[in-house]
Write a new protein. Structure first.
Length: 119
């Protein structure tokens, strides 16, 4: 079982920066692919970025070049550095932990943290 707690959201002006953190408790954090998703009113859930257990990263097209995902396995924490924020980045941001074994998938979600970007 993995528990995820996000922090770092808030209100920022367009062009500003925020850093989100997701602290994980439980076992084997380093073996999980960690991801950030976001959900805005009236829109579909969107993958923002993910990072695999070996550090490979992947970004959604709308955030490439502006956001950076990283992980610190010693601290069981994944980060999302968000720069050059735009009003369209406004959403609730969720942390996700996922891994698969031969027998099953493990998929955990945090409660979310709100990011609001004013124009």
């Amino acid at each position: 079982q993995v528990q995820l707690v996000e922090s770092g959201g808030g209100l920022v002006q367009a062009g500003g920066s925020l850093r989100l953190s997701c602290a994980a408790s439980g076992s084997i954090f380093s073996s999980y692919t960690m991801a950030w998703y976001r959900l805005a009113p009236g829109k579909r859930r969107e993958l923002v970025a993910n990072i695999t257990s070996d550090g490979t990263t992947n970004y959604g097209d709308s955030v490439k070049g502006r956001f950076t995902i990283s992980r610190d396995n010693a601290k069981n924490t994944v980060y999302l550095q968000m720069n050059s924020l735009k009003p369209e980045d406004t959403a609730n941001y969720y942390c996700n932990a996922w891994r698969a074994t031969f027998w099953r998938e493990y998929d955990y979600w945090g409660q979310g943290t709100q990011v609001t970007v004013s124009s």
